[in-house]
Design a protein around this ligand. Sequence first.
Ligand code: ADP
Ligand code: MG
Length: 575
Amino acid sequence: MNALGLSAWRLLADQSRPHWRLIAAGGALNLLGTAAALAQPLIAKQVIDSIGSGQVSAGPVLALAGLLLFSALAAGCGTYLLERVAAAVVRLARGRLITRIMRLRVDAVDRPGDLISRVTSDTTLLSSAASQAIVEPLGAALMLVGGIVLMAVLDLSLLGITVGILAAILAVTGLAMPRIARAQTGVQRSVGEITEALERALGAFRTVKASGMENAEIDRLETATRKAWEHSTGAAKWSALARVSSGLAIQVAFLVVLGAGAARVASGDLAVSSLVAFLLYLFNVGQPIATLVRSATEMQLGLTAVHRMREVAELPVEPEEQPGPAAEEPLYPQATAAFHQVSFGYGDRPVLREVSFTAAAGEVTAIVGESGTGKTTLFSLLERFYEPSSGLITLDGGDVRQWPLAELRRQIGYVEQDAPVLSGTLRENLCYAAPSVSAEELAEVLARTRLTEFVESLPDGLDTWIGHRGTTLSGGQRQRIAIARALLRRPRILLMDEATSQLDAANELALRQTMAALTRTTTVIMIAHRLSTVVDAHHIVVLEGGRVRTGGTHQDLLAKDGFYRELVGSQLVAS
Ligand code: ADP
Ligand code: MG
């Protein structure tokens, strides 16, 4: 078995260990059932012998009936217990995968559809593999070994013929297994591609329609679908071959053993009852071989699934943290945020170069600069989505890396650039990060973000469903919802990334008043898009080419900086 197979087995073994009692009970029942089944041909032989000697008694017949009943019951109960273990293993694996995905760094999730398929489709494969690996082989192996031993007791030469024929099956199976595994990896990869392509198309459905790209998307999906089909037909071909060869081998073995055995019976060398018992064992052995072949196939599929699940474990995650009790005291009571000589790049491409500035406590700091200069990246670093390559970010003088991520982020409200909303109700969206907020507080924030009227106009009010990515909302409504969501967290620091770019004049004015009221308790950093926001700010940081060019108030900068004047003229929209 290769390294992949070993690691998959180790994973299964690790995850089944807590259920050892169930496994032991289920295994014991299965083994008992198999042992009872193994005894049946021997008793059948006795019955036949007693017919031959003319002394038929009810004993062996009753024993046979009892054994039949017992073996069916024991195998059934044993299988049930082991299936339960398999289901528990899959549940655990799914849970771990989901946890892992949620801990991924933001840049690791660049193919969400593919990740989705690993949780949904690959774990399903693991499920059948787990039940096949845990449940089936146990009884099958005992049946095989026990059957062969008893056949040896009955007649060695017939066993020789049987084993020779059965060995041929294993050879064909050995040939088919790696090919099935390869084809199945292809199927799973294609399912990932289908999910990914669908995610892409449905995630930007309006763009697809507006660009008239429906047919192109259909073609794209068709390519992935065809690949999946090609791989599954490949897998089907090889698993069919494995099954046909095992089925055929049993039948051929039966015919040959029947012929050779009959000749020996005729010459008085072998009892009829022994031949019958031997043939019964032959079929008893045939079944477990078929089962083991199927188990091996399913295991191969499971291994590819495990492999794809393990690949997720190699993606970069955020640092592990010990979830302590929620801090009573604010971590950074003043909430002064400062960048000290911070440099950062995505991959090899430098974006920020030695950026230093301070966002003073309880003030509004505005960040301006051309698009693509690294403004949003500043927020990503403050939220610790990424780590600076050099330099330090502090809150109240303390390195942000000293706090657990969740603690750090709990007190920061972040209104992202394109104001994302989640599919769900309006209430779910607003209270997403503050589920226990009171009705009064909610009403107050709605009023402050001028959402009250909008909510009242909706048929179901706060319980109105807003579609996937908020397709039923206007840009301005989405922005106000995102701002309200951030405010409901009662943040110490509020980060706003061009968060008012789509608001009309009246809404913007209201929001400026809200911000003015906030600043006594909250430090606000705004990536500014409008002249009006900049004019209000206590301090403005001008970014150029990833460096801080200069800083000051609007009046200062107008007076002293040509670049800023140009920016105000060309980029910042006056309103
Ligand atoms: P701004 O907000 O000032 O418009 P950003 O901070 O979003 O600029 O981006 C700065 C630069 O970094 C841009 O050139 C952008 O293409 C690049 N960039 C942004 N996000 C990523 C990312 N996740 N991976 C790689 N490059 C990125
Ligand atoms: Mg930006």
